[in-house]
Design a protein around this ligand. Structure first.
Ligand SMILES: [Ca+2]
Ligand SMILES: [Ca+2]
Ligand SMILES: [Ca+2]
Length: 440
């Protein structure tokens, strides 16, 4: 039986640690070449028998440092170690495996998809950092923990991996497993998990926040209320065992978009707060299933964005895009926006309409077609009122009529004013002393 807490800091003896043979001069070594956080000694890959923490990058290598662990009947075990190292992304790296005692050692370039892999180095790590893992379902088993250094036949950045302060601690308060989030709305989400504690500490916060909101609950599932719409959240659940807390089970979710009311405040966006890139529509807008365009685009040529640096961009297709859903019937709403073409083949035109299903282009009903210039935005916003729309669609939408490039910026939706401003102002019959003014 392994004695717990197990701690190997390489400052004393290490009879349980087995190191594989050197391959092409590279090998795991124990020495003082990788400066440690505390103490002097650590385990590291070396090409000169431990004098330096450096590797020779030619020739495929599989180097193993392993030890057996005889687990007892604690509910679970906390396994941690410190490591640092460079290598070559996806080609030279450290993996850690938890194997059955008689399992063959892994070999080759394994970056994911191995059930026994409990750690994979996915980036360079210049300073010592701690990896902290919960091992469950290991009670009364014998396992082999393997630190596996792999490198391919060429390229790479020194130093290779170094490992120190390997620790295994018994934990008698089992961590919840399988955290799941269902029934997500714009303001609530239902969290469930697996565990047999009588009560749990549940904490949540938005990804951007520092501070957690914390509750103690015996309810599982537990519904979190009063959330912010269209926001990413992180949830942590810990078992409460008397005065002990388990490690945390963690999951994330994103709340749905809210249906927006424009009765008090118009909806307006200039896309400056939106994420950008192919396939990325503005927050709470909807594009047709499977289409990558239109998307929010960061303009390197300032004229494509009318304001700021971001604009909505169509790249040679006629896919409709729908605005967020509004509380008010579309018949009482109007949209104003600025649009322009981007190709040099001349002007184009865009349709503004209403969709019943924003993911299905077939449900687009056109209400107005506006003509766009290719070289600049117009002075005045285009305005389309939906009072003549007949149907039960809830989604205001727009689409180009021809497959070309188009830009739209500075969109506002509000209720149709009860006192409309005149349109079509025109002056005619101008003489030296008079002029005739007309409007609609
Ligand atoms: Ca040490
Ligand atoms: Ca390499
Ligand atoms: Ca803008």
């Amino acid at each position: 039986m392994t004695v717990f807490p197990y701690n190997q800091d390489f400052e004393g003896t290490y009879p349980e640690i087995a190191l594989s043979d050197a391959v092409s001069g590279n090998a795991w070594a124990i020495g003082t070449a990788a400066a440690t956080v505390d103490g002097e000694h650590s385990l590291y890959v070396s090409n000169d028998e431990g004098q330096s923490n450096a590797y020779t990058t030619s020739g495929t290598k599989n180097l193993y440092a392993s030890f057996f662990v005889e687990f007892g009947n604690a509910a679970e075990y906390e396994f941690s170690f410190d490591w640092k190292g460079s290598g070559e992304n996806s080609w030279d790296f450290l993996n850690v495996y938890l194997l059955d005692a008689d399992n063959a050692l892994p070999s080759g370039r394994i970056t994911s998809g191995n059930d026994n892999m409990i750690f994979h180095q996915s980036a360079f790590q210049a300073d010592w950092t701690t990896v902290d893992l919960i091992l469950n379902e290991v009670q009364n088993t014998t396992k082999k923990i393997v630190f596996h250094w792999y490198n391919d036949v060429s390229g790479g950045t020194n130093p290779p991996a170094a490992v120190d302060n390997i620790s295994i601690i018994e934990k008698n308060c089992a961590t919840p497993t399988a955290p799941t989030v269902d029934n997500i709305t714009s303001s609530s989400a239902q969290v469930s998990w697996t565990g047999d504690a009588e009560s749990y500490q549940l904490k949540y916060k938005t990804t951007a926040e520092e501070d957690w909101t914390e509750v103690t609950t015996s309810a599982n599932p537990y519904t979190i209320e009063s959330l912010t719409a269209n926001t990413n959240y992180t949830v942590e659940i810990k078992s409460i065992c008397g005065s002990d807390l388990s490690a945390a089970a963690t999951t994330t979710f994103k709340t749905e978009c809210a249906v927006i009311s424009v009765a008090e405040t118009p909806y307006t966006t200039s896309f400056e707060d939106d994420a950008t890139g192919s396939g990325t529509v503005p927050a709470c807008w909807t594009k047709v299933s499977g289409s990558s365009s239109p998307y929010v685009y960061t303009s390197s040529y300032s004229n494509y964005a009318r304001t700021g640096s971001k604009t909505l961009y169509w790249s040679y297709n006629t896919n409709p895009v729908a605005l967020p859903e509004f509380v008010e019937n579309v018949q009482g709403l109007q949209i104003s926006f600025f649009a322009r073409g981007g190709s040099y083949s001349g002007g184009g035109s865009m349709e503004v309409g209403v969709m019943t299903d924003p993911t299905d282009a077939e449900t687009f009903t056109s209400l107005a077609t506006i003509t766009t210039a290719y070289s600049s935005y117009p002075e005045e916003a285009y305005v389309v009122r939906f009072n003549e729309y007949i149907g039960d669609g809830h989604y205001i939408a727009m689409r180009p009529t021809t497959s070309s490039s188009y830009y739209v910026d500075d969109v506002t939706v509000k209720e149709i004013p009860s006192c409309l401003e005149p349109t079509g102002l025109a002056v005619s019959n101008i003489t030296s002393s008079s002029a005739q003014v007309s409007w609609t």
